[in-house]
Design a protein around this ligand. Sequence first.
Ligand code: BES
Ligand code: ZN
Ligand code: ZN
Length: 468
Amino acid sequence: MIKIALNSEKAEIEICGMFEKEKNKIEPLFYGKEGEICIIPFENKLRLALGLGDEKTLTIHKIRNWYAKAIKEIKKYPIKTVMVTAIETEKINKKLMLQAMLEGLYLADYNYKGYHTNSKEKINREIILNGFDDIEEKQTMINQIENLIESINEARDMILEPANFLFAQTLADRVKQIAKESGLECEVLEEKEIQELGMNAFLAVAKGSAHPPKLIVLRYFNSNGPILGLVGKGITYDTGGYCLKPGSSLQNAKGDMAGAATAIAIMRALAKNHCTVNIVAVIACCDNVIAGNAYLPGDVVTSMSKKTIEILNTDAEGRLTLADALTYIIEVEKIDQVIDIATLTGMAGRTFGSLYTPAFTNNDTFFMQFMQAAEKTGEDYWRMPCDPRYHSYIESKVADIKNTGEAGTITAAMFLKDFVKDTPWIHLDIAATAQQRPAVFEYATDCPSGVAIRTIYEMVQQEPILKA
Ligand code: BES
Ligand code: ZN
Ligand code: ZN
């Protein structure tokens, strides 16, 4: 993890952002093109010249991205101290510039520890800031960014954790620990309580597993305003069940709890930074595996909302667990609006690649608040249709609805929409953006992106979240 030093002069390398117009200034072969990197000896240390392109088109998102690229280059060497010098430009507010630089540096400095017998010792790099003395409350800002990125890194660790270590019980234990350390209230409901609540859609998915399901609830109340709800898909391993996935698709099956990790990270960051908000996160956590008693295609289950569901495909398990989690968060936790985050459909990636996260809503104002935040964080979302005509795609002959239909990403959302009724709701299908292939951001080339964490965190900061 990077640490910021405010009053040190010495650094082994200095990152110097340079525009195209400054080409040849330090090195004849450096052109200042966007993302260009050139390391050159300079006054007893090294200088990393970082191309920023045309000054007129510079944005904080480019800064975040190129500084991430710079630190990835530095990570190749045993360099411990890095000086980051303010970019000379009137175009970007200094505070936002520093924020973007720190986000890029921290986000790209992540390494998954893993299980190597001889693991390499991790270098704790120190960042020395140069030219930012005029920013007031710099230390508070740095601490807040640190807490946010540490939370994202926790989410990344969880997503990458193998399923033989991370299953419902161990995830619940981990969340309890996070809650204790960050000042969140945590409640874990056991199988019996889940049964008593009538969460039979969730239980159907969990039925075949040797690991009992857990309903994890995190609460943080620190405002007089309404309560925001987060529901994260928490499938610790998705084999597809009897609609078994092909072997090549199973390599990533352990990451099907990225939505849950996202919700946990948001809660951790908000509590650590003592943000003014009321927020509850719910995770219906289990794995989707095959066994003699596992659920079968053709089964009909009665969800917590009493709506009956025909299960056509056991691989469309996420919406079943989410349906009950949404009913629970609305009816029991009495939240005022809700965002669900889920690695829900492979079709999301086939449509958008990893560039855009498909987003659905039933409330324009709520969605606008979300998109305003996304503009600040540089994450791309694409609003998808919630056209009621799609509902006919999931009408069933034997139950109220069925769990699959044509237009995969949209019908998955239509399914969820039935369970939120009138509650303002946003659904984010992060199937292809939680782990980006190919990576969109420099900080997400070989690890989970943390998509939606910064945006929902930002949304909570900037807006009095809409009262239903
Ligand atoms: N977890 C998967 C979706 C997924 C696929 C996430 C690839 C990340 C990468 C989900 O449970 C699933 O299997 N969805 C099916 C739905 C289908 C059976 C209607 C899919 O997308 O194929
Ligand atoms: Zn599935
Ligand atoms: Zn899944």
